[in-house]
Design a protein around this ligand. Structure first.
Ligand SMILES: [Zn+2]
Length: 435
């Protein structure tokens, strides 16, 4: 595959050999630096990125908050606390060494980055609305569903998207020298997968994954991208952004009938993009076995050997207040422990997870922590957090029937042709063609 010249982030310029490529580690700066990007700084305390297994960015958007709202500014700090408590982050790097790296010196996304997905009128309108938010303290964005904005929403949404872009740069750069690049994890908010090209929607401001997908195409020259979204809700914004695009394959599993009501199995893309959208709505109550069946179906679609791989999102947890699915911490471990292999099979291991949903702070935090453990190849500790007694029998037959509709009615042949010339990227993860 022909590649455009690789864009080199400022932090890497002038230090590009395998053993010299370095980023500054979060453990070596103040804790406050977790809470926002700074200028790239190449000056000190570098750690070789190629030795990392997980690389993450944290962008908690502390100013974007509404009292009692589930999408609150407690979410990312809660995750960070769990990761630190379980010795999974750089704060306790004496345990992790360079195995886990926190990228902190990343830039906000530019207006041009956002403009690859969203209409300029929306972006400039939101920026202008910040002055009204400054006067009123908090506003609701017209026509956006329950999406609020505060005076910092615009800037913090750019920061969230910028975190995803920084991870793309880091993972792609590392992969140039190492066939096993670290997996990225963007611990960011506000989330993005409901945001449509012309506006915000459902707690989401900018489509962070969609912005990253266009960035990886246009800046890194990686043509084909796979986006996999395991949220309890349909990722309608990401779906809309690429509905007629033959080069971006969007897969969403979600609870049938949940917000915003889109994501029917018959919605398979249109025009040149027909067959490159795969919606797999699951019946309420679905848990591990239904998910396993779903994953096997995705494998069939992706024309992979019948090895089992999984993927993810955190508001499908049984304890989540917005969920009707029965995923557990252990479910997320299973998803993550296999997705690295999936990424290796499809795209040389290039893979970035993006935080989207997840509103029960405890289940969210420990599910992300067990995800980290899975990515590090360590045993699950889900049994410390999961209570099997609260689960009821899942509607497996119904789930199988729902997925079977895809076999019967959709453009399987077109999808297989698409897959033959490999790619990958995800709503939790980007994927690409291997050179
Ligand atoms: Zn959701």
């Amino acid at each position: 595959m022909e590649l455009l010249p690789l864009a080199v982030p400022t932090a890497f310029q002038g230090s590009f050999s395998r053993h010299q490529r370095r980023v500054k580690c979060a453990s070596e700066t103040s804790e406050a630096s977790f809470y926002g990007p700074k200028k790239f700084d190449t000056s000190s305390h570098n750690i070789p990125l190629s030795s990392a297994e997980v690389i993450y960015c944290s962008a908690p958007a502390m100013g974007h908050n509404k009292e009692s709202h589930p999408e609150s500014n407690l979410r990312v700090p809660s995750i960070m606390n769990a990761l630190e408590e379980l010795e999974l982050t750089t704060k306790r790097s004496k345990y992790r060494g360079s195995q886990v790296i926190g990228l902190q010196d990343f830039k906000p996304a530019s207006i041009d980055d956002i403009g690859r997905v969203h209409e300029r009128a929306y972006v400039s309108g939101l920026e202008k609305a910040m002055s009204k938010a400054s006067e009123d303290g908090l506003i609701f964005i017209e026509g956006s569903g329950p999406t609020y904005a505060t005076p910092t929403t615009f800037q913090e949404s750019l920061i969230a998207a910028g975190a995803g872009i920084a991870l793309i740069d880091a993972v792609v750069t590392a992969s140039k020298a190492d066939l096993n690049p670290p997996i990225g994890f963007a611990l960011i908010r506000p989330p993005g997968h409901h945001a449509v090209p012309d506006g915000p929607m459902g707690f989401c401001v900018f489509g962070n994954v969609a912005v990253a997908a266009r960035y990886v195409q246009q800046v890194h020259g990686l043509k084909r991208v796979l986006i996999i979204d395991f949220d309890v809700h349909h990722g309608n914004g990401t779906c809309d952004a690429f509905y007629d695009d033959p080069d971006i394959f969007f897969i969403s599993t979600h609870q049938a009938g949940s917000y915003p009501g889109t994501g029917k199995i018959e919605q398979i893309g249109q025009g040149n993009g027909e067959g490159t959208t795969l919606n797999l709505p699951l019946p309420g109550g679905s848990e591990d076995n239904s998910l396993l069946h779903t994953i096997l179906h995705i494998h069939q679609i992706l024309n992979l050997p019948s090895k089992i791989h999984y993927m993810m999102n955190y508001d499908a947890h049984v304890l989540d207040p917005l969920a009707g699915l029965q995923f557990t911490t252990g479910t997320y471990y299973m998803l993550a422990s296999n997705i690295r292999q999936l990424a290796k099979d499809l795209c040389c291991g290039r893979c970035v997870f993006f935080l989207e949903g997840g509103y029960n702070l405890q289940s969210l935090s420990y599910s992300v922590a067990d995800t980290f453990r899975a990515l590090l190849g360590e045993p699950s500790i889900a049994s410390q957090f999961d209570d099997p007694a609260i689960l009821y029998e899942e509607p497996l037959t119904k789930a199988k029937q729902a997925i079977q509709k895809d076999d019967l009615s959709l453009g399987m042949h077109g999808r297989l042709n698409f897959i033959k010339s490999m790619y990958l990227f995800v709503e939790e993860v980007p994927i690409r063609e291997c050179e």
